[in-house]
Design a protein around this ligand. Structure first.
Ligand code: EPU
Length: 432
């Protein structure tokens, strides 16, 4: 299993390019199921979750073309031969459930494994299911799978009980092919939802209000092909901004959309960072001192939960006490324990983490528990004295493309260790 080895205390400098947003690419790939024509996406990040989604679509009969390195993928669902998302894939990536709405709308039947629990919280999909029921789907559950059926979905009103990103995307994708008008209320405002809607409109869908709490859809009989460029990954960009700050360095993150990161950038400015925004890049440098600033995670345009772990690592190096409140997921503090092993002073009180800084960090062997927790350990490693070895970085590979190369390009001492084979086994592995 790959590990990352980081020798800390190297200041970052130069530029880092942000890639396309994983969480925008996943629903837009699922949208290819809605049409028999070709959907081409550009700026698709070459990360594990995209490869998993591609496998998932191919298993359903979707023809795909394009190589990860070119960040372009063409998908054509001429015929959906297998309207099912199997447990084997869903268990590795919850976002697989995004195929439910489009499959049901296109073929009248979808069988999707329920995802089960997750490292960061329970994460049920009950609100996706309720929305599809409102559009006329008959649902039943068998052997861990949900089976949804509807001859033709029928437009209706539906208010989400709480804001859900993939829930909004899933039900929106079903509504575009439903008969008549659908009005969705309390929708997620995330840029990834807006990006999905932009693709759907290019495909011929009639959608108004994406990016506001109320989305109105006039259903159409069929959709066509389209070409679309995915928005920049705001979480990746924010991670690199904080990586520069934690090392006391100065970098420019290019090919990003600063307006999607305002909540983070404003808190960082309060903390003393110097931030320069341009249309598509963010320049960041540490001011004299880094001060502790409280944050509370919230849906967009609030402080993203996907940046909370990285922010916690940064606050271990700020002067004073920062209270970090997690409101979206009930168990998203796993990184706090690993950060503490590196010397951080963090107390967890329910959904609040109290971080006292600055605490000198020292390199240690640590374990990544989920994608963003892994990123927070990378940041801590960059600031720590000595060597940090991060295990289970397959989590990182799900959502960060070439992280170690990008950081190395900005002056960090990071390397990847491939699978280590004990000497005793090297002979049988043909290495000795
Ligand atoms: N929720 C329910 N019922 C539902 C759906 C959600 O109770 O049917 C709850 C969840 O348990 C959670 C809250 O509502 O407490 C919000 O969850 P949401 O549905 O918005 O999360 P998601 O759509 O499953 C996406 C991102 C996550 C990101 C969250 C929050 C994708 C593929 N995933 O997940 O990204 O943390 O929104 O912004 O878009 C990541 O990239 O590391 C990641 C976890």
């Amino acid at each position: 299993m790959d590990k990352l080895v980081i020798r800390g205390e190297q200041k970052l400098h130069g530029t880092i390019r942000a890639g396309g947003a994983k969480n925008a690419a996943l629903p837009t790939m699922a949208a290819s199921l809605l049409t028999a024509e070709e959907v081409t996406l550009r700026n698709v990040p070459d990360v594990r979750d995209i490869q998993t989604t591609r496998k998932l679509l191919e298993a359903m009969g979707v023809e795909t073309e394009g190589s990860g390195g070119h960040h372009r993928i063409a998908m054509q669902a001429r015929h959906v031969t297998h309207a099912q998302a199997d447990y084997e894939l869903v268990k590795t990536m919850r976002a697989s459930t995004l195929v439910l709405g489009p499959l049901l709308a296109r073929t009248g039947k979808a069988t999707v494994s329920l995802p089960g629990g997750c490292a960061i919280g329970a994460r049920p999909i009950d609100l996706h299911l309720k929305g599809l029921e409102r559009l006329g789907a008959n649902l039943r559950q068998e052997h861990g799978y949900v089976i949804a059926e509807a001859e033709r979905l029928q437009g209706n009103t539906y208010s989400f009980d709480r804001i859900t990103v993939t829930g909004t995307e899933d039900v929106l994708m079903a509504a575009v092919l439903a008969r008549g008008e659908t009005v969705l209320r309390n929708c997620a405002l995330e840029p990834e939802v807006v990006d999905l809607a932009a693709l759907l409109v290019k495909m011929g869908a009639k959608i108004e209000g994406a990016g506001t709490p109320v989305i109105r859809v006039q259903g159409v009989d069929q959709l066509g092909g389209a070409t679309h460029t995915i928005i920049a990954d705001r979480i990746e960009a924010g991670t690199y901004v904080m990586a520069a700050l934690i090392t006391g360095g100065e970098i420019e993150v290019t090919h990003c959309q600063p307006e999607h990161l305002e909540a983070l950038l404003e808190r960082l400015e309060e903390a003393g960072a110097k931030i320069r925004r341009s249309a598509s890049s963010i320049g960041v440098a540490r001011g004299e001192r880094l001060r502790a600033v409280d944050i509370s995670t919230a849906e967009f345009p609030g402080f993203a939960t996907d940046l909370q772990a990285q922010y916690m690592a940064l606050m271990t190096q700020a002067e004073g006490t920062a209270v970090i409140t997690e409101t979206i997921f009930e168990n998203r503090f796993m990184h706090a324990l690993e950060l503490s092993r590196m010397g951080a002073n963090i107390r967890i009180e329910g959904n609040r983490a109290v971080v006292r800084g600055p605490a000198p960090l020292t390199g240690a062997a640590v374990l990544a528990s989920d994608l963003r927790a892994s990123a927070s350990l990378v940041l801590a490693g960059l600031a720590a004295e000595g060597e940090t070895i991060i295990d289970r970085i397959y989590h990182l590979d799900r959502g960060y493309e070439k992280l170690e190369e990008k950081l190395r390009g900005a002056g960090a001492a990071v390397r990847r260790l491939g699978r280590l084979i004990p000497v005793a086994n090297q002979h049988s592995a043909g290495i000795a």
